[in-house]
Design a protein around this ligand. Sequence first.
Ligand SMILES: [Zn+2]
Length: 166
Amino acid sequence: MVSKKHRITASYGPPSPTGPNHLDATVAAALAKMTADAKKAGVKVLVKSGYRSYSQQKAIYDRALRTQPQNINFYAPPGASEHQTGLSADLWDGKVWYRPMENSATGKWLHAHAHEYGFILRFPKGKEKITGVPYEPWHFRYVGVEISRQFDKGNKLTLEEFLGID
Ligand SMILES: [Zn+2]
């Protein structure tokens, strides 16, 4: 669990980063399988953002503070981003981004099938008070299939609720 309330140190990183997005090796393998199956269904899944270091996150956060303070809740402060763990990825089709992503073919497919590959939608709609982050239809967190299969198909459950921690 990494969040605004549960932060990690600057030196924390994926145990075994791999591939162009430096995701943890287990996550990269699950993502590759999911992407291949999506392709068979005619759906394109691309990684918009994978691993991000503490300093990269700090740069993103500091820039957002300056340029779009009204949207700052979308941005995790350094040490509070799951992207630093290599367990999370922002996914899309290469074209449709932000909220409309949920209605793209890629968004619909991922929201229906990501659970089958060990991923959960980390910031579900209507759960900002619990996660501290507005709805992000693109941000998926790897938790492994044993856990992800216990999440509901409607993507309403949060990791906080599942783990019973604040
Ligand atoms: Zn993200």
